[in-house]
Design a binder for this molecule. Structure first.
Ligand code: 4HQ
Length: 271
C-alpha cells in the first residue's frame, strides 16, 4: 500500500519509522510519503493560511495549496481522506475497509481547520478518530496509518497476528497472563494452567462476553446478549427448530448506568 500524507509538519511522523510499521516500510509492504502544501504556494511568504471570511478567531488553511498538494500525488484509484472532527468516527471496520485500497491520501489540517471546499470538492472520505479536539490532523493520521497498516498482508509477524484481538471479532479481549503462575500472591486463573484446550477456549469466550457486557455494553448485539445469558449448562448441538429468530443484530444503546461516570452530557460537540 502507498500512503501520501498532506501535512505542514512531516517531522511529526517520525514514530512510524519504528517497530512494526518501520519493519513494514523496510520490507516494502508499505510506503509512506509526505507532501507539504507550503511547497505549493507561490507568494513570497509561502502562505498556507488566512483569516476566516465572516471574521472570528484563528486562521483557516487555504484551499489552493492543499488542492495542488493532493493533485500532485492523487491517482484515479486514490481514497482522499480528510482527518476532521466532523468525519465518521474511526473504528476497526473502517480500518479494514481502508486496508483494501492501494493508495491513501491523508489530509492533515492545522489551525482552525481547512477551507470548506477541500471537504466538498477534494476529499472522498472524512474521518474523525474520536470526539475530542486535536491541534492538527497529524496524530489522527498516524492512528489511521497504524490501524490500517497492521492489517496489510505480512505486516504482522507470526507472534503478532491480527485476527484474535479486541474489536476484530466485536468483543473485548479476554485477560492474558504469562509466567510466573503466582505474582505477589496473585495467581493466574487455574483453568489456564490446566492444558485443557477446550476448557480454556470456553473460559476465554466467557471472559470476553462478560467484560464486553460490563465495560462496553454498546458493543453487545442481541446474539451476544443471548450467548451471555446462556450459562452453558444446557446440552449443546441437536438444536431444535426455533420459531421467530430475530433478523437483525443491531448493537444495543450504550448503557451508561453500568459505568462509573454516567454524569457526562451526551452529544457534546468536539468542535
Ligand atoms: N482535528 N479526528 C484537524 C481533530 C481530529 C479528530 C482538529 C483535525 C483540528 C484542524 N482529526 N483540525 N478528532 O481534532 O481527526
Amino acid at each position: 500500500m502507498r500512503i501520501d500524507v498532506v501535512t505542514l509538519f512531516p517531522e511529526m511522523f517520525a514514530p512510524l519509522e519504528h517497530s512494526i510499521l518501520g519493519r513494514a516500510i523496510e520490507q516494502g509492504r508499505l510506503t509512506v510519503s509526505y507532501v507539504n502544501p507550503r511547497d505549493f504556494t507561490s507568494d513570497r511568504h509561502r502562505t498556507v493560511d488566512d483569516y476566516p471570511y465572516g471574521g472570528g478567531p484563528g486562521m483557516v488553511m487555504k484551499a489552493e495549496p492543499i488542492f495542488l498538494a493532493v493533485e500532485s500525488v492523487a491517482r484515479p484509484d486514490s481514497a482522499v481522506v480528510l482527518l476532521s472532527p466532523t468525519g465518521r468516527v474511526f473504528k476497526q471496520s473502517i480500518a479494514a475497509e481502508l486496508a483494501t485500497r492501494d493508495h491513501l491520501v491523508l489530509i492533515c489540517g492545522h489551525y482552525e481547520g481547512v477551507d470548506e471546499r477541500v471537504r466538498e470538492h477534494l476529499a472522498t472520505d472524512e474521518i474523525s478518530i474520536g470526539d475530542y479536539v486535536l491541534t492538527g490532523g497529524e496524530l489522527a493520521a498516524m492512528v489511521v496509518i497504524d490501524a490500517v497498516a497492521r492489517l496489510l498482508p505480512g505486516v504482522l509477524g507470526h507472534a503478532e497476528s491480527a485476527s484474535d484481538e479486541s474489536h476484530s471479532h466485536g468483543l473485548l479481549e479476554y485477560p492474558q497472563y504469562t509466567r510466573p503462575p503466582e505474582f505477589r500472591g496473585w495467581p493466574v486463573p487455574e483453568r489456564l494452567l490446566s492444558g485443557h484446550h477446550a476448557e480454556i477456549a470456553k473460559w476465554r469466550r466467557r471472559q470476553s462476553l462478560e467484560r464486553t457486557a460490563q465495560l462496553r455494553p454498546d458493543l453487545m448485539t442481541s446474539e451476544l446478549l443471548a450467548e451471555l445469558a446462556d450459562d452453558g449448562t444446557k446440552k449443546r448441538g441437536r438444536r431444535r427448530r426455533s420459531t421467530a429468530e430475530p433478523a437483525t443484530s443491531a448493537p444495543a444503546e450504550p448503557d451508561t448506568a453500568v459505568l462509573a461516570d454516567s454524569t457526562a452530557p451526551e452529544g457534546e460537540s468536539p468542535v
